[in-house]
Ligand binder design. Structure first.
Ligand code: FAD
Length: 450
């Protein structure tokens, strides 16, 4: 095999499109691969895997290039770039979709919405379906439909040997278990088959309160969502109001707290559900109303384009105690830049209907995955956003459950990966040892084989 056997483009540092090809979402990452293989099909992936293995070249796997830690790229190695593998086949009768790994969430959303269907997944359209799914997949439909992996029926996988296997409940069930949360450790997934859920329009959008009301607002939010049906979802946030339309000018650049709601129950009941919510406060901004699902999923895409500086930290949270709320308010009032924020993504509701050891994703006793993100377009602010994020993370650690959602982690070391998988870690090591004993796939939140 040589690069000539590939039908996709092979890009090296000598090529004029190299800089574009190595650009990923997080501009804080500056890795320089030796070669980027733009795979066109499964055979290209097989050839790239075989070539890299036989020549002892390190590989990374890139779907959407969104990973905060930059795990899509590898210095001096070979990038298996799946971004041109974009087929999506929807079967409206069975409500299923076969989705190739190069699709973004915006691609998936547009395709499924045509049929009045949706896949529970993340909240920003440019995220790749590959990385988000293999790490778990948290988003606006988590309480209603579970994680992305809870809707996963099958994966087509290229293993480290170059062999192609189908992983589902009957074929390679151990691998299928591991792929549902274990990330890119086990092979290159070229396509995913998902169950979809019937969703067309939702009653959704942001609602803000002034920072002075944050403590009461957080407690109110906690109580409302604790007892609500799975039709009501809302993620809590501390943020700075963007100085732009459609936000009212008197709120521009103000530190506020808020919730981005998503109600998926009968639309004629929505006003009734939101009546007590609107009576609290009252909110200083209320953009909640009926919108198509893709409008919600794309709502923050323009605010967070690719190419900014990002630094992430994350926790799993079970309870919002008075002390933890006070710490959040302290750091929420010191947000360093307009794009920096913290979000509390609910992972209760349908996520709790699956047990911790049914899939590799081991944190179903948490109520929220909290992410703290320091973000700014200016590289001169990289230290500022990073320091705020790290300090905030440290202050919250005593109130967190340990570990973090692997898709919200930077490169934070083995102990942290292990604590994220809790009791599932040993089984993941066994499966890794069976399918990838040489740790060929190690540019990821790595599970080391025995
Ligand atoms: C702005 C932003 C918003 C986000 N929002 C959410 C959210 O709402 N919910 C959520 O759950 N997460 C969210 N994330 C986190 C996201 O899930 C991770 O960044 C994820 O890694 C992105 O997937 P990707 O395909 O774009 O990643 P890439 O950077 O392309 O890949 C990251 C890693 O995933 C693995 N991988 C990717 N594709 C494959 C494949 N086909 N086969 C095998 N391994 C593969 C590899 O290990 C690779 O190193 C967000 C990230 C950002 C930057």
């Amino acid at each position: 095999m040589s690069y000539q056997d590939l039908s996709g483009e092979v890009i090296t540092p000598k090529d004029t499109n190299y800089e574009n090809a190595r650009a990923i979402y997080n501009a804080m990452i500056d890795k320089k691969p030796a070669v980027i293989v733009k795979c066109k099909n499964e055979q290209d992936v097989v050839n790239a895997v075989n070539y890299a293995r036989d020549h002892n070249i390190e590989v990374s796997i890139k779907s959407g290039g969104h990973n905060g830690a930059g795990l899509a790229l590898v210095d001096d190695g070979l990038v298996i770039d799946l971004s041109e593998m974009k087929a999506i086949n929807i079967n409206p009768q069975s409500k299923t979709a076969v989705i190739q790994s190069g699709n973004t969430l915006a691609d998936v959303d547009a395709a499924t919405h045509e049929y009045g269907l949706a896949l529970p997944s993340g909240i920003i359209g440019t995220t790749g379906i590959g990385g988000i799914t293999l790490g778990g997949g948290i988003g606006y439909l988590s309480r209603k439909g579970g994680l992305s992996i809870d809707n996963l029926l099958e994966c087509e996988v290229v293993l480290a040997t170059g062999e192609v296997v189908t992983a589902n409940k009957n074929s390679h069930p151990d691998l299928f278990w591991a792929l549902r949360g274990g990330g890119g450790n086990f092979g290159v997934v070229v396509s995913f088959t998902f169950n979809l859920i019937a969703i067309k329009n939702v009653y959704a959008g942001p609602m803000f309160w002034p920072l002075e009301k944050a403590k009461k607002a957080m407690k109110f939010y906690d109580n409302v969502t604790k007892t609500a049906s799975n039709d009501l979802y809302g993620f809590f946030a501390f943020l700075i109001v963007p100085p732009a339309e459609p936000f009212p000018e008197d709120l521009w650049n103000k530190n506020v707290c808020g919730v981005v709601w998503n109600y998926t129950g009968p639309i004629e009941k929505a006003e009734e559900v939101f009546k007590p919510i609107r009576e609290f406060g009252p909110p200083i901004l209320d953009f909640v109303g009926e919108i198509p699902m893709p409008a919600l999923n794309g709502m923050f895409d323009a605010l967070y384009p690719p190419g900014m500086q990002w630094y992430w930290r994350a926790h799993y949270i079970k309870e919002l105690t008075d002390e933890s709320i006070d710490e959040n308010i302290e750091f929420g009032s010191k947000i360093p830049t307009m794009h920096s924020t913290t979000h509390f993504y609910p992972i209760d509701g349908a996520v709790h209907e699956v047990s911790n050891n049914e899939t590799a994703w081991a944190n179903r006793d948490a109520r929220w995955a909290q992410v703290i993100v320091g973000v700014d377009p200016d590289s001169a602010k990289a230290d500022k956003v990073t320091n705020w994020c790290k300090d905030y993370f440290d202050a919250l650690t005593p109130y967190a459950m340990g570990g973090a959602y692997v898709n919200f982690m930077m490169e934070e070391g083995q102990a942290r990966i292990k604590s994220s998988y809790k009791d599932n870690y040993d089984r993941l090591v066994e499966i890794k040892t069976k399918y990838d004993p040489d740790n060929f796939f190690h540019i990821n939140q790595n599970i080391k084989p025995n």
